[in-house]
Design a binder for this molecule. Structure first.
Ligand code: PRP
Ligand code: URA
Length: 207
């Protein structure tokens, strides 16, 4: 089974507390969700490979490093966009694929309404980003789709995860890495994460 990493950082703890508070408004929610996403993604990108290149500084020739892995990022619409905005600062020319999924409010089953993916090769490092891993249905559907398109190296990145969703993903996709900022207590009867932060998409997009 692949790893699960819970990223610990004082800035994450601070910003996560801000976005969990029910009185936090849209502007602050967006800012602090961006901070958590950036730190998480920096941690994920620690695993990327580099290659040596010769460069010239104004004073001398030296060996520097350049990223060598081809990365594809797949935000799960809509909430995954929040994390995409954060990653684009680090990888401005990264390939981006989109999968649109929406949970039915009664059954909590995800329904796909959009899909646009670049060509995916087995060598690609694929990052699937979605702030909430609740039942795991949305990540499961997205990873299943990406594997069918040829993805072999997949990491999923969430901000808040439920133990139920982690278990689901480990059972269905034991080859996939999981990186998260927090593992919460449980899901309630509406399949919302407790204590969680409510509906991420609604809070981030002000709907
Ligand atoms: C939320 C969230 C995840 C999904 C997680 O999306 O952003 O995609 O629920 O739940 P799961 O693990 O049980 O599948 P939602 O369906 O509310 O859509 P949105 O991103 O458009 O708000
Ligand atoms: N989606 C959310 O936005 N929040 C949850 O708690 C569960 C799914």
């Amino acid at each position: 089974m692949k790893s699960i990493i819970v990223v610990n950082h004082p800035l994450i703890e601070h910003s996560l507390t801000v976005i969990r508070r029910k009185e936090t408004g849209t502007e602050e929610f967006r800012r602090h969700a961006g901070i958590v996403s950036k730190i998480l993604l920096v941690e994920v990108m620690k695993g990327l490979g580099t290659m040596s290149i010769r460069i010239e500084t104004p004073l001398a020739t030296m060996t520097g490093k350049k990223l060598k892995d081809d990365v594809v990022v797949v935000p799960v619409l809509r909430a995954g966009l929040a994390m995409l905005f954060a990653i684009q600062d680090f990888l401005p020319s990264v390939s981006v694929g989109f999968v649109g999924l929406e949970r039915d409010e009664k059954t909590a089953q995800a329904r796909e309404y959009y899909q646009k993916l670049p060509k995916i090769f087995a060598s690609h490092k694929v990052l699937v980003i979605d702030p909430m891993l609740a039942t795991g249905g949305s990540f499961d559907d997205t990873v299943t789709l990406l594997k069918a398109k040829g993805a072999k190296h997949i990491t999923i990145v969430s901000i808040v995860s439920a133990p139920e969703g982690i278990k689901h993903m480990q059972k269905r996709h034991p080859d996939v890495h999981i990186v998260t900022a927090a593992i919460d207590s449980h899901l309630n009867d509406r399949k919302f994460i407790v204590p969680g932060l409510g509906d991420f998409g609604d809070r981030y997009f002000g709907t």
